[in-house]
Design a protein around this ligand. Structure first.
Ligand SMILES: [Zn+2]
Length: 129
């Protein structure tokens, strides 16, 4: 027997986020194409509620938002970038998001960027020549 599953959900009776205990229902199929209807019971007021868990939220996570080129900072190695910043690499004609900061093996500062076409790349930053 699987462990009891809990989720945090807005209880219609308590009118606040409460811990809801899973009591029955079918989870959505592997494709995640159909919304799943699952019974949960509020741990506070003990009311049961049929919750429809839409697969939309999962779909959104999978499909990353396209990066708007006009909102990007043009990449240049003498600039300093911040994590989460969108950048445009003119040589590669590609856009990407800074996911973290790192250092090159020689100690020079660098950024790790996930590009739409080129994937994850390490680029120099803050290089003054
Ligand atoms: Zn409740």
């Amino acid at each position: 027997m699987a462990k009891v599953k809990y989720i945090m959900h807005q209880c219609a009776y308590c009118r606040r986020e409460t811990k809801m205990e899973f009591i029955g229902g079918q989870p959505s199929d592997a494709n995640g194409t159909e919304a799943s209807k699952i019974w949960y019971r509020c741990c506070k007021c003990k009311h049961s509620a049929l919750l429809t868990l839409s697969p939309e939220s999962q779909t959104k996570k999978k499909r990353a938002m396209p990066i708007d080129r006009n909102q990007c900072t043009p990449y240049a190695k003498d600039k300093v970038f911040s994590v989460g910043e969108n950048i445009y690499h003119s040589e590669w004609d590609d856009v990407g998001k800074v996911i973290r900061k790192d250092r090159m093996s020689n100690g020079e500062p660098s950024i790790i960027v996930t590009f739409e076409k080129f994937g994850e790349r390490k680029l120099l930053e803050n290089i003054v020549e």
